[in-house]
Every structure is written in structure tokens, then in C-alpha cells.
Design a protein around this ligand. Structure first.
Ligand code: C2E
Ligand code: CA
Ligand code: CA
Length: 708
């Protein structure tokens, strides 16, 4: 509780101007503000603010402490002028005072604003009363502003568990409280003056800067006043979800920004849990997959016919990689609006995955109807989706299954639709497939081959072959690409086409992938022991290896196990595996480069690598796809492409390897174009390790003759 003294001190400070003016104006030695002590109505008021003091001997002290019945001069007129009888034993020398009531909030008792004098005054004019009244109002205005003193605001902000930050128009942090610094893992001092975008994830930085610039240029912020959920980055690089409440204010000629932020990781986790229980997808408002399944189940239990369609958006991920997730979300919402508009009102549309939708046509058991609906959807997707005045073309693939023929139970029916969708991906002319039994068979086959491969891996039937890569300048073997082969007990030597289609991102692809890495390093160690430590061995990576999160550790372990220098290992990645230019795949590549291993971009020219990704991605080598090399002598277009690929690769500082060189003619053109290294049947087919050892030794003795 605030003490009376505190209140007095504060009120005096705030009302000082009015009190001083009153004392001056009335040429009175004393001006005061008095209030009735609570609970003592009718009693003497306490002076709660005073300007001027009465001398009492050699000391100065407050006057008007008590009501004094023998107060000599009380002016009681005119009527609206209220005088207070107030005096004290200690203030006997006061001979005159006049006071007016002050406006006061209801919570306070009556207050008076007045002057007092030690000499008797006989009159006070109406104008003086008005002046006193005005001053009383002025004082009241000063005193009664809802208050939070500066120091209190500071204390509040400092001790708040909410994180506060203010930023100037250049995006620099002007103030951050302790909670903010702690939340983001910084020391408070290092935050001051730092650009606030250090807490903004890389992918959102451009949007952040654009937003800041927009507000600084005088446009309204889209975020002010709304709590928005975004991501922030801590000092150690970890990301976490925050809720951000932004305010903007004019600051001199410019603009200041302030934000209160809150870590909402826990809430997110809770929401995710709740979401699973809930029926609706929060982004699109459609029902979620879980609920969709229940609805299908209910239909089938009723013994009704039902058709299920699964839809996959084609190229959606590539689009969001380029456009960002917000646009991706808008696109999904647009699809969620368009789909129901194409169907009759009994159809149920669900969001069944990131970019997957599902449709239930209850009561429909007719193939022709299903086909007609699919056609309607495919046609509708030919019209682009418009978002923020930009048109986006989205492809769609549809898989369809009809109950009861393709499944009597919900799970079975949905699995059938899923198979059909999978096959729709393999058909570009009309991306719609109805389920067929043979699709299951294909899955069965895949499983069977996987089982057999698992056994083959265990029994040592897999073997790495090596194909040499040579330098045009002197014909020296500079490296070899490791290519997998299967010594099948019945079918003989099999190439990758007998192995890879069955793997498809499976766990087995990881086992086999780690084995190829290990095997290639083992052979590299052997060649190193023979003195060939300047060559490199190329290993093709599976997508699963790249995405596993364990690649850098696996590579480190393999290098260490065989004690080979990192430059002897070259990892071959394809554009589809890695080059999505997202932070994660870039980070993996950087980790690998930091280990010192080489990274080659395989089959260059067949994927979608943009110049920007090429520049950002820490490559050492570019391998021009065989297709271009093959056509070199006959196709002007291929020649032009190869020519510019070589120039670009050189500019970016990469080594270029031409793949699939089979003829001297192709070689001649490549040399003319300035290509320096190549791989192809002309120099050697993939061969067993022992054969490559022989070639290395021969080549070492006389490089140019080895390929003559
Ligand atoms: P790739 O990475 O482009 O490998 C080069 C392929 O071209 C090899 O086929 C090689 O035998 C073939 N080739 C090389 N020179 C010539 C030539 O002058 N003319 C012709 N017509 N072909 C040539 P292969 O061994 O059948 O491998 C096919 C694909 O399988 C490889 O293409 C690679 O993508 C994949 N692959 C092979 N081994 C592995 C492996 O161990 N791991 C992974 N993840 N993928 C592998
Ligand atoms: Ca390769
Ligand atoms: Ca290749």
C-alpha cells in the first residue's frame, strides 16, 4: 500500500504547476490540495499537496493539519464557493484561506484546491474564484491520468515473463527485455543494435524485410493488432513457434515497432494431439483423413455402394519450395474450395495428407460415374488457381477404388485407392487410374524382390563394379564410379534395373545404400595402399540416404573405418534427390563438403536444377547426362546445350565429367568445347575391382596408351 507521504509527494510533483500558478496569481504564500480522509466525512481534510510552507519558529512545516473551530476568516460567498474550515494548532498564523472542490474520480473522496495566507483577506472576486476553479481542474487533470510511472513500466517489462522487443525503422533492436534475450538464447547487451532479423528464419527473411519496408513507407501493417503465429530462430539455430503481437507507433519523423512474443511450442504440441482427435483439417476446414476413414467405414457397414477417390497434387512440393508455404497453404485452400464445387452435395471431400485430398461418393458403385467425376476434376484443374493476382497451374492425379469390388472394409478400399493413385503417377497421358487386382500383384512382386535382395545382401551376392573416369589432357584415370551389380544364383549378373525399382525409398534401400558406401570405401583403401591415392571413387546415393539425417555420420564413419582421405570419396546425387534448395538439403550438403568429400551432380540436364540452386549447392563436380553426349555429333541443339553447360560449370568452378562417351567423334567435340574429363564405354565398361586395379597399374605406366 502506498503511504500517505508517498501520495502527497506524488500529487505535489504532478500538481506543482497548478499550485505554483495559484500561489503566484493570488499572491498567497500557500496553495494546497486537500482531501477528506476516507471514512471521516465531515472531518477535517488532510492536506495532500502544498505549495509554500508556514514558518514556525525557525522551522518550516506544513500547515492546515486540523480543522480549527476558531478559524478566523472564512469566506463563504458566493454560494458555489466552498470554504473549508481547516487549521491547526501549529498553523495559528493562518488568517485566510479559500478553496474550491476539484473534479475527482468516483473512487476518490472529495478534494479541494485552495490558497491560504497568513494575513487576513476580506474579499475574493468572482474572477478569482473562477481562476481558482480552473486551476483546480488543471491540477485534477494532472493528478488523475491513469498512471503507470516510467519506472514502473520499466520494472514491469523487465520482470515480465513475456518477451518484449522494440525495433527502429532500420530493423535494429532498440530494446529487449530479459525474457526476450533468454527465450532466444542471447545476452541482452549483444541484442541492442543488432538487426532483429537474426531471429527470423532464413526462408522468411525476405517477407520480413518487405513487411518492414511497407510499414516504414507509411503503409498499414497487415500484422498489427493480430496475434500471429510464426517461427523464430534461437541463437543456436534451432527454430520454435512463437506468437507475435506487433505494435507500431510514430517515433519522431519515423516509425517504431514493438513486439511481445511468446513461445508456443507446448501449445503446438497440444494442438497436434488435439487435432488428431478432431475431425477437421484446420487449414482447409475439410474433414481430416481420420474422420474420412470413419465415414467410409460407416457407409460400408450400411452395405451401401461407395466410391473413393484419392487425389495427389502434382508438383505441389516443388511449387511451395519456390513460393513458400504461405502460398502453398493458400493453394490448398483454393483446391479445398474448388473440389466440392465440382461434386454433388452428398460427396464428402477430405484433406488426406499434405497435398492429398480424398473424396467419398456414397451410393456410387458405377465405374462410369467414377470416371465421369474424375474427368470433371481433371478438366477443372486445367484452370489455374489464382492467388494474390498470380495464376498457378497445378496438376492432379487420381486413384479410384469402388466398394465392394475393390474392398469390403474401409482400410481395404482405401488401400486399393492408394494403389490406383500410385499407378496414376506412372501414366502421364491420363493421370487417372481405377484400381485393378494386378496393382496388388505389382506390390507383391516388389515385396518378393525386396525379400530376395535382403537375402542377397546377407549372402554376399551384391557386388560393386567400377567404371573409370579419365582426363582428356593425358589419359590418366582420375577416378571411378561405383555401380551396383547382383550376382544372381539363377539369373546371372544383373544390373541396377533388377534392383532399384523394388527399393523405392524402402528401409532396404538404406541398408543397401550404406553397404555400397562401405564397399566403395573399402576398395578405395585398397587402391590407396597401392599408391593410387589421387583418384576418387564415386558412390551413387539413394534418396533415402540423403534424407535419413545420418549421411554425414555414415560418411565420416566409413572414411575413418578405412582410413582414406576424404577427397578420395565422391558422392553422386541427382537433382531430384537433393536440389530442392531447402535449408535442410543444403545443410546436409554443406556438412558433407565440410568433411572434405567431393559432391557430384549426376545426370545434369535431366532435372530441374536452377542456376540459383547450382550456385548455392556446394558441388565439386557436374556430370553431363549421357543423353546429351550421345547426341553431340547429330544434334545441334544438344551441342549447344553441352557447350553452355560446360561454360557454366567452368564459371561456377566445378569439374565437368561427360558421361557415356562411346566414340572418338563425341570425344573430339567434347575436347573442342573445353571439357576435361569423361566416362564411358570408350574408356572402359563398369568392371570388377580387380580389373580396375589392373587398369590403374597399366595406366600409371603409360596413361595415353591405356585407351588407345
Ligand atoms: P548412372 O549413375 O548414370 O550411372 C551410369 C550408367 O551409365 C551406368 O549404368 C553405366 O553402366 C552406364 N554407362 C556408362 N558409360 C556408358 C556408355 O558409354 N554407354 C552407355 N550406354 N551406358 C554407359 P548402370 O550401371 O546400369 O546404372 C544405372 C543407374 O543405376 C545409374 O546411373 C545409377 O543411377 C543407378 N545405380 C547404379 N549403381 C548404384 C548404386 O550403387 N547406388 C545407387 N543409389 N544407384 C545406383
Ligand atoms: Ca552416377
Ligand atoms: Ca549419370
Amino acid at each position: 500500500m502506498e503511504s500517505f507521504q508517498d501520495e502527497e509527494r506524488r500529487t505535489r510533483a504532478k500538481a506543482a504547476k497548478a499550485l505554483n500558478v495559484a500561489a503566484d496569481l493570488f499572491r498567497a504564500p500557500i496553495a494546497f490540495i486537500a482531501s477528506a480522509r476516507s471514512g471521516s466525512a465531515g472531518e477535517a481534510p488532510d492536506v495532500i499537496a502544498l505549495c509554500g510552507e508556514a514558518a514556525d519558529g525557525d522551522r518550516l512545516r506544513p500547515v492546515l493539519d486540523h480543522l480549527s473551530p476558531d478559524w478566523p476568516t472564512v469566506l463563504t460567498e458566493p454560494a458555489d464557493f466552498e470554504a473549508i474550515g481547516a487549521a491547526a494548532s501549529a498553523t495559528r498564523d493562518i488568517r485566510f484561506f479559500a478553496a474550491v472542490p476539484m473534479p475527482a474520480p468516483e473512487t476518490r473522496g472529495t478534494r479541494w484546491f485552495g490558497i491560504a495566507d497568513i494575513v487576513t483577506r476580506r474579499t475574493i472576486s468572482q474572477r478569482q474564484i473562477e481562476a481558482l476553479t480552473d486551476l483546480g481542474h488543471l491540477a485534477a487533470d494532472e493528478i488523475d491520468v491513469p498512471e503507470l510511472s516510467g519506472s514502473q513500466v520499466d520494472k514491469f517489462v523487465d520482470h515480465s515473463s513475456l518477451a518484449f522487443v522494440t525495433v527502429d525503422d532500420a530493423g535494429k533492436i532498440r530494446f529487449a527485455n530479459e525474457a526476450f534475450a533468454k527465450l532466444l538464447g542471447y545476452d541482452r547487451r549483444e541484442l541492442l543494435g543488432a538487426p532483429v532479423d537474426i531471429i527470423v528464419p532464413e526462408r522468411m527473411k525476405s517477407a520480413h524485410h518487405a513487411g518492414l519496408a511497407r510499414v516504414v513507407s507509411g503503409k498499414a501493417s497487415k500484422l498489427v493488432g493480430k496475434g500471429v503465429e510464426v517461427s523464430a530462430v534461437r541463437r543456436d539455430g534451432t527454430e520454435f513457434p512463437i506468437e507475435l503481437l506487433l505494435s507500431v507507433w510514430p517515433d519522431g519523423n519515423s516509425i517504431g515497432f514493438g513486439a511481445v512474443i511468446r513461445d508456443i511450442s507446448e501449445r503446438r504440441t497440444r494442438e497436434v494431439r488435439l487435432l488428431r482427435l478432431a475431425r477437421n483439417d484446420t487449414l482447409t476446414g475439410l474433414c481430416n483423413h481420420h474422420y474420412f476413414r470413419e465415414l467410409v467405414e460407416a457407409r460400408l457397414e450400411d452395405g451401401e455402394a461407395a466410391t473413393v477417390l484419392y487425389l495427389d497434387l502434382d508438383g505441389f512440393r516443388d511449387l511451395t519450395d519456390v513460393l513458400g508455404h504461405t502460398t502453398g497453404d493458400y493453394l490448398l485452400q483454393a483446391v479445398a474450395i474448388r473440389l466440392p464445387s465440382l461434386l454433388d452435395e452428398n460427396a464428402i471431400v477430405a484433406r488426406a495428407g499434405e497435398d492429398r485430398f480424398a473424396i467419398l461418393l456414397a451410393g456410387v458403385g458405377d465405374v462410369l460415374v467414377a470416371d465421369e467425376v474424375a474427368t470433371r476434376i481433371l478438366t477443372a484443374f486445367q484452370t489455374p488457381f489464382e492467388i494474390d493476382h498470380c495464376a498457378y497451374q497445378l496438376g492432379v492425379r487420381i486413384g479410384c477404388a469402388i466398394a465392394p469390388a475393390h474392398g469390403e472394409k474401409a482400410d481395404e478400399l482405401l488401400a486399393s485407392a492408394d494403389f490406383a493413385l500410385h499407378h496414376a503417377h506412372q501414366n502421364d497421358t491420363r493421370p487417372f487410374r481405377l484400381f485393378e487386382r494386378s496393382m496388388c500383384l505389382a506390390a507383391d512382386t516388389r515385396r518378393r524382390v525386396q525379400d530376395e535382395l535382403r537375402r542377397a545382401l546377407r549372402d554376399g551376392e551384391l557386388e560393386m563394379y567400377f567404371q573409370p573416369q579419365i582426363a582428356f589432357s593425358d589419359g590418366a584415370v582420375i577416378g571411378a564410379e561405383a555401380l551396383i551389380r547382383w550376382n544372381h544364383p539363377e539369373r546371372g549378373l544383373l544390373g541396377p534395373s533388377a534392383i532399384l525399382p523394388a527399393l523405392e525409398d524402402s528401409a532396404l534401400s538404406l541398408s543397401i545404400g550404406w553397404w555400397t558406401l562401405d564397399e566403395a570405401c573399402r576398395k578405395a583403401a585398397h587402391w590407396r595402399d597401392l599408391g593410387f591415392d589421387a583418384i576418387h571413387v564415386g558412390v551413387n546415393l539413394f534418396r533415402s540416404q540423403y534424407l535419413s539425417g545420418a549421411l554425414p555420420q555414415r560418411v565420416t564413419a566409413a572414411l575413418r573405418r578405412y582410413d582414406i582421405p576424404a577427397h578420395m570419396l565422391e558422392l553422386e546425387v541427382t537433382e531430384t534427390i537433393t536440389l530442392h534448395d531447402d535449408e535442410r538439403s543444403l545443410a546436409v550438403a554443406r556438412d558433407l563438403r565440410n568433411l572434405g568429400v567431393r559432391i557430384a551432380l549426376d545426370d545434369f540436364g535431366t532435372g530441374f536444377a536452377s542456376l540459383r540452386t547450382l550456385k548455392n549447392f556446394p558441388l565439386t563436380t557436374l556430370k553431363i547426362d549421357r543423353g546429351f553426349v550421345q547426341d553431340l555429333p547429330t544434334s545441334k541443339q544438344s551441342a549447344a546445350i553441352v557447350h553452355s553447360m560446360l561454360a557454366m560449370s567452368r564459371d561456377l568452378g566445378f569439374v565437368t565429367v561427360a558421361e557415356g562417351v562411346e566414340t572418338r567423334e563425341q570425344e573430339g567435340i567434347l575436347r573442342d568445347f573445353g571439357c576435361q574429363t569423361a566416362q564411358g564405354y570408350l574408356y572402359g565398361r563398369p568392371m570388377q575391382a580387380a580389373a580396375l586395379t589392373e587398369l590403374l597399374e597399366r595406366n600409371n605406366a603409360s596413361p595415353l596408351r591405356a585407351f588407345a
